[in-house]
Design a protein around this ligand. Structure first.
Ligand code: ZN
Length: 320
């Protein structure tokens, strides 16, 4: 193995109406809207990207907001939670800020020696805030709640974890970092080499009889990082040689993507770091204008008429 996966690149989920989504991720969770574009396969629908101030890989959560999306539900074979990293000492400020803003949360509770709280977004997607020594950057919002780091982890809910675990350790270069059981749920932690942003993957199995369903509030796929096209091509070859059905490279404007289904059923992607989100608008203006890829630019008038308007709130948890 010549390369190891350094961590998560982005996570893509489905939401209901876009305004509530923007209000929550920018207004409450203090993320930056770093790209407002359309679903390239369905250009009458938004594709919204949130990230840290620099729109770095490992901080990017994206949504396909469908105005009339039916409710989704996490279950075996799906990613069930995304966790943001909160720098050491910062969780208290989040607890205070969320309490003051009357946003419900669970916790704090402890998992593998780290403290976390969990909130659900307006469509029911579980978002965790995990205080960790692994947080890469430090930053403080006006209300004292640290922001701007990126992901801590993603959680994959599986029927059986073994084959997914082997993909992570034997192919992706992750290390097993412990297991814990609580109330009918077993959790297995894996850590990417280098332990940078978004370096944790948790696999869980659960006794609860639930079947997952794609819809608003569910995660569609999980993307891991490749440093460049050459590295991505290497992954494509390696995965194909292991019997995975991997797509050709697809141009997603801000990165190149390949996709395959991991053994537990979750759709995985490997996305390149370049060119990044400042490829079609300046870094200081990310997310302000509707950006369309060249193939859809001639439809701009039509697309702008169809898409519901969204207003981006000021970052920061509103205080009364
Ligand atoms: Zn993706």
């Amino acid at each position: 193995m010549t390369h190891a996966i350094p961590g998560l690149h982005h996570v893509t989920a489905i939401s209901g109406p876009p305004q509530k989504n923007v209000d929550f991720y920018v207004g409450t969770l203090l993320q930056r809207l770093v790209k407002k574009t359309v679903n390239f396969d369905d250009p009458g629908t938004y594709h919204l990207y949130y990230g840290n101030q620099k729109a770095e890989p490992g901080s990017i959560l994206t949504f396909f907001p469908f105005v009339d999306a039916g409710p989704g539900r996490a279950g075996p074979g799906m990613a069930s939670a995304v966790a943001y990293a909160v720098p050491k000492g910062g969780l208290k400020a989040w607890v205070t800020a969320l309490t003051e803003a009357a946003v419900d949360f669970d916790g704090p509770f402890e998992r593998f020696d780290e403290q976390l709280i969990a909130v659900t977004d307006p469509d029911g997607l579980r978002i965790e805030l995990t205080e960790t020594a692994r947080a890469v950057t430090q930053g403080t919002s006006t209300n004292g709640a640290p922001i701007d780091d990126g992901f801590h982890s993603v959680t994959l809910w599986l029927d059986t974890p073994d084959r997914t675990a082997r993909l992570l350790t034997d192919v992706f270069g992750y290390a097993s970092a412990g297991e814990a059981s609580q109330g009918g749920e077993a959790r297995y932690r894996f850590l990417a080499a280098g332990q940078g942003r978004g370096s944790v993957v948790d696999l869980i199995t659960s006794n609860s009889a639930s079947s997952g369903r794609q819809g608003a509030g569910s995660i569609h796929h999980v993307a891991f990082r490749a440093e460049n096209d050459d590295v991505q091509r290497g992954w494509q070859e390696t995965l194909r040689s292991q019997g995975f059905d991997v797509t050709p490279q697809i141009d997603r404007q801000y990165f190149n993507a390949i996709y395959f289904r991991e053994p537990g059923g979750v759709l995985f992607e490997i996305a390149t770091d370049p060119p990044g989100f400042a490829t079609d608008e300046p870094m200081e203006k990310l997310g302000q204008e509707l950006k369309l890829p060249a193939q859809h630019e001639h439809l701009r008038d039509q697309i702008e008429r169809i898409l519901p308007p969204v207003t981006v709130p000021k970052g920061g948890i509103p205080t009364q």
